[in-house]
Design a protein around this ligand. Structure first.
Ligand SMILES: Nc1nc2c(c(=O)[nH]1)N[C@H]1C(S)=C(S)[C@@H](COP(=O)(O)O)O[C@H]1N2
Ligand SMILES: [Mo]
Length: 324
């Protein structure tokens, strides 16, 4: 049996019932077998997802920006696309790769409005063409204590700010992500308030590091990584990097953000990576690099601002224990 069916009818990914090496071997087998399978069958869908997990999504060429190269080994594509947080598709790390095939990243449009002189709704192709695409290698550090090194494709979010011309009232930017229960089985669970929202202060959003992201590893974003468009804010914990964005709103006041609403004492609005401020339930002093020395072995020291010292001036004079 490739997939075990539980009494409640849920499909258990083979990753949960067999060791990694074996299920990866099975994936190869499944991929080959699927060539002759009937389109639309569960097996076909499973195989398509696995092919996607190998990096066969549409190519998205981008010029590497040497200013954002990192002298660190990149996380293998397979790990970056099969160990994810995307609660709209379930709360286990392996859920998104198995379930996110139901997300339809096209057609897609993003509303950009609020405190701006030129509000606009952009379809995904216009959004991709708004500025030249760059490849930037960023660390992404999850609040749970793991990190990855990923070659993202996108451009600085400041390009969007330039286009819509915020009014003098715009002090914050809110990112609202898709909440469609037909595409997202995880919405049945009330772990978070849906739609998932995140936000930045406008100067953070305008910092050149903040990346409007449409791809990774030279191809369009896999669904499980937030297709077709997400934000990546590399000096903040991963949950600030909202996936599958449908609305960008410029605001006077600080937006409500998903994790802050669910647990305000654990997840602040700022959420800058900070080894000196522990999460109330665990230390933030170190992290595991996914895909390094086996899946989850070596620990490295977590760096202030995740190593992006160039943002320090944004927080000059702020008590980062208070504004965590
Ligand atoms: N819409 C949405 N965006 C989200 C999340 C989510 O659950 N829903 N999880 C966040 C968290 S906790 C992390 S660590 C990163 C993970 O991004 P990755 O799976 O591409 O590594 O996405 C963030 N963006
Ligand atoms: Mo995270």
């Amino acid at each position: 049996m490739l997939i075990k069916r539980q009494p409640d009818g849920l499909l258990v990914p083979s990753s949960e019932i067999t060791p990694r090496e074996i299920y990866e071997g099975r994936r190869d087998f499944i991929r080959k077998a699927a060539v002759t399978a009937v389109a639309g069958s569960a097996l076909w869908e499973f195989a398509t997802r696995q092919a996607f997990a190998q990096g066969t999504g549409a190519k998205l060429p981008a010029k590497p920006n040497p200013a954002y190269a990192l002298p660190e080994k990149q996380t293998p594509f397979k790990d970056a696309t099969s160990y994810n947080n995307f609660y709209e598709f379930g709360t286990d790390k392996g859920d998104p790769v198995e379930a996110a095939h139901t997300l339809k990243p096209r057609p897609w449009s993003v509303v950009i409005d609020g405190e701006v002189k030129k509000p606009v709704t952009l379809d995904i192709d216009s959004l991709i063409k708004l500025a030249p695409l760059e490849e930037r290698i960023y660390r992404l550090r999850c609040v749970e204590g793991w990190s990855m090194v990923i070659p993202w494709v996108g451009y600085s979010f400041s390009e969007i700010i330039k286009k819509v011309e915020p009014t003098g009232n715009a002090k914050y930017v809110e990112f609202t992500t898709l909440a469609d229960s037909r595409q997202m089985p995880g919405l049945n669970s009330r772990v978070l308030e849906w739609p998932y929202k995140e936000g930045l202060r406008i100067d953070e959003a305008n910092h050149p590091l903040t990346l409007l992201t449409v791809g990774m590893y030279g191809q369009v974003l896999p669904n499980q990584n937030g297709a077709p468009v997400r934000i990546v804010v590399p000096w903040k914990y991963g949950f600030k990097s909202a996936k599958s964005i449908v609305r960008i709103r410029f605001m006077k006041g600080q937006p409500r953000t998903a994790w802050n609403v669910v647990a305000p004492n654990e997840y602040g609005f700022y959420s800058n990576v900070n080894p000196n401020v522990d999460h109330p339930r665990w230390s933030q002093a170190s992290e595991r690099r996914i895909g390094e020395d086996g899946f989850f072995q070596r620990k490295r020291k977590t760096l202030m601002f995740n190593g992006y010292d160039q943002v320090a001036s944004l927080y000059a004079g702020m008590d980062l224990k208070k504004y965590f």
